[in-house]
Structure formats: C-alpha cells, structure tokens
Design a protein around this ligand. Structure first.
Ligand code: PGA
Ligand code: ZN
Length: 420
C-alpha cells in the first residue's frame, strides 16, 4: 500500500511550561490527517539535537517557535510532497537529507521530529492499526513477543526542575516485580500518593516541580529523599527492593563545574572517583536499582569505572551522555561505560534514528528506557507506542498533571488491548 503526503502544516502551540513548542499536521492523499507535537528538555544535554527557538525577546521571552514552524511549512513541506508515509525509513531519510548537520542546526530537531512523528501517526491511521503495531511493521519487529515496559515514575524533583530542592534532579520509583500493565502503574503511582503525607509529616511542602513530582524546598541533602521514598513504598503496601525500587537521575552534568561535582545543598565538591564512592555508599543503604547520568556527559574516563563497580547490581544509564545517538552509544558500548540507555526521540530528531539507537542497545544487551522530557511536554503519547513497539524495558514519566498521566493512560489502554 502506498500512501503519500499531500500537505504538511506546522503550528506554534504552548507546552506545559507555557513556553511554545511545535505541532505538525500531516495530510495524506486519501484525506487521512494526523498530528504530532514535540517536547523539549530543561536540562538538555550539550550533544543532543538542537531545539530551534526564535530568540526574539519580544515574543514569549525569546522562546517563540515561529521559525521552527516556518522551517516545516516553507522548507520541509515542499520537499516531502509525495513521500510514502508507510515507509518511515524513506520519510526519515528525506528529512535527514534536508539537514544532515549532526545536531540539526539548520532546520532544528524540533521541526524535523514533528514531521517524522506525524507521518508515522498518519500512516498508522490510514492502515487502521494501532501506532505501536505500525512502528513494528516499519522496522521488522513484528515477530517479537510484546513485553510491556514497566513504569519508572518521578516522585521527587530537584536540580534544574525545582527551586531550593536537592542537587539531584530526579528520584523515581520503578517497578521491579512485574504485576501486569495496569497493576504496575498502580503500584508506582500509589507510592507517589503515599509519599505526600510522609513529606508533610517531615515539614516539607508538597508543591510539585516541572514533571509533577514533589519538590521539597529546603531539603538539606541528596540522601534524605531516599528514606522517605522507602517509607512510601512500604506505606503503599509494597516491599522496597522486591516489588519496587528507587532510581536516581542526578543529571550530574548540571552540577559538574571546573572538574568537580558540586553538591551545593550539602556543601561538598567531589572528584569523579569520590562521586562514584558517594553512589556506592547509597547503594549499600537503599533499594536503588538504577542511576542515570550519575556522571557528567563528557566525563568519559569515569563512566567505565562506575559501570565496572556497579553494573552487575544496578542499571548504569546514559542520558545526556548518549543523547539517543548511535555514535555516542557505540562509543559507550566500546568502552563499557553503561549497561542501559535513556531514549528521547527529540534528542536525535527522527523516529528511525531513535529506533536504530534502541536496536543497537538491544543487540548489545543494554536495557532501554523511553522517557518524557522535563521541560516543555505536550499531551502527545507517541513515546508510549514507541516503547511498546520496540520492547523498551521501562518508560520514565512524571506522576501527575495532564501531559504526564495521559502517557500512563495510554500505557494502560495498550495493556488492556494486548491483555498484558
Ligand atoms: P530534561 O531532563 O528536563 O532535560 O528533559 C530530564 C532528564 O534528564 O531525564
Ligand atoms: Zn536524565
């Protein structure tokens, strides 16, 4: 079946941070039309695809997306007319050819990704199948059994995601014992709900950060949340370390300054080895099963040390380190820097490149974790279909607010559909 692009139209829309982002609508020759919107990060890695904003201080404090939309409407759209959306590799090949710069500096990763994802969604719609099935068909993944990704739910936020909280950016609760799609979501979200009275009892406010997780102002150490989260897991009726575990995303690039890890809320400056020692100490005390970006995005020498020391016990995960890039992932594999990788389509710019990174990880026995963005998210649920299609081990999403829960709701919907 051939289904071709007849029209592409991009718009500036608002993201959840109230700063604009971009949404693109693709219409096919048979009249089918579908849209996709793309998020952006607050603590975006230095090496990820470029999010093109207007930089016009008179509009949205410089963060308007008119240029990104114009790039779609004036440059990308004319060259995509007639492209067959049922062949996503062909669609993405055309997009990459329009801006072959490594970080999509010409057109913007946001412009390109919005078209890539909208084409995939239009194709699924015209084929009359769920998006996750269409993605499998595109990349020859149909023969694999479906395994539903387990949730990793952000429950406490600090770093760039909140004011006056921890140096570490995220504390998550992850499902370590599979109870099935719906019950997995329930277990992690119940822990979030039980954390609220525990924080209150300890005199912290329970206002939420950019991802809808608690951001306890004035907290004086990066360790304190771990005990509260373990209490919440128990209060919710689950066993820490058995049913549910804790994952950390320190987002260490954000506090790596002049060659040292600066833990401002504790008044400590640590070398790479000391930072690794700090994590080892935490592993001995709490049910941590994953540390993402425990080290800086260019601290390449230290990563293999951390993976050697902890990789058999926990997920040592790259995010800013690897930015969903096949090149950076291959380097990480070559030096044995990680055993798992966070996947964010907007770090790289097209669906095909995202799946390529996931497949490279899979071939090398690395776990894949598909993730939302902490900055400006949208109500788009594409990442959930992607995670299901490509067999991701986890999905990482915030616990509350519409743009986050819509993703868990999609996951539970698919769980029902696939009876998993
Ligand atoms: P982001 O951070 O705000 O850049 O999306 C989230 C993360 O580091 O995982
Ligand atoms: Zn991260």
């Amino acid at each position: 079946m051939l289904r071709t692009v007849k029209q592409i139209k991009a718009h500036e829309i608002l993201s959840t941070s109230a700063q604009p982002t971009i949404e693109t609508v693709v219409t096919l020759d048979d009249g089918t039309s579908a849209s996709a919107s793309v998020p952006y990060g607050t603590s975006a890695g230095r090496h990820e695809a470029f999010t093109l904003a207007d930089e016009d201080p008179k509009r949205y404090r410089g963060k308007g997306m008119l240029k990104a939309a114009a790039n779609v409407n004036e440059i990308i759209a004319p060259r995509m007319m007639g492209a067959d959306v049922t062949d996503q590799r062909e669609v993405d090949g055309r997009l990459v050819a329009l801006d072959p710069t490594p970080q999509r500096r010409e057109l913007g990763g946001n412009s390109i990704l919005s078209v890539s994802l909208a084409c995939a969604r239009a194709a699924a719609l015209t084929k009359g199948i769920p998006l996750y099935r269409h993605i499998r068909e595109c990349y020859g993944l149909e023969d694999r059994d479906y395994v539903l990704p387990k949730p990793m739910v952000v429950v406490i936020e600090g770093g760039q995601h909140a004011d006056d909280s921890t140096d570490f950016q995220e504390y998550l609760v992850g499902v370590t014992k599979d109870r099935g799609g719906r019950e997995n979501v329930r277990a992690a979200i119940e822990t979030y709900l039980h954390l609220k009275p525990i924080l209150k009892k300890n005199h912290y406010n329970t206002n939420v950060g950019t991802e809808g997780a608690y951001a306890p102002a004035g907290i004086k150490s990066n360790e304190a949340p771990l005990a509260y989260i373990e209490q919440a897991i128990k209060a919710a009726g689950y066993k820490p370390g058995d049913d549910l575990g804790i994952a950390l995303d320190p987002a260490a690039s954000e506090f790596f300054e002049n060659g040292a890890y600066n833990l401002a809320c504790e008044g400590k400056k640590l070398s790479s080895d000391e930072m690794i020692g700090y994590y080892e100490d935490l592993l001995g005390k709490y049910c941590i099963f994953s540390i993402e970006d425990g080290l800086g995005e260019d601290d390449w020498d230290a990563w293999p040390v951390m993976n050697r020391k902890m990789g058999s016990r926990i997920m040592v995960m790259g995010d800013d380190l690897t930015v969903t890039s096949v090149e950076r992932l291959q380097k990480a594999i070559d030096i044995n820097a990680i055993n798992s990788i966070l996947i964010k389509p907007n770090q790289v710019g097209t669906l095909s490149e995202t799946v390529e990174a996931m497949e490279l990880a899979r071939r090398n026995d690395l776990k894949t974790i598909v993730s939302h963005r902490g900055g400006g998210e949208t109500t788009d649920t594409f990442i959930i279909d992607l995670a299901v299609a490509a067999g991701a081990h986890f999905v990482k999403v915030g616990p509350s607010r519409g743009e986050r829960v819509v993703k868990y709701n999609r996951l539970m919907w698919i769980a029902d559909e696939l009876d998993l």
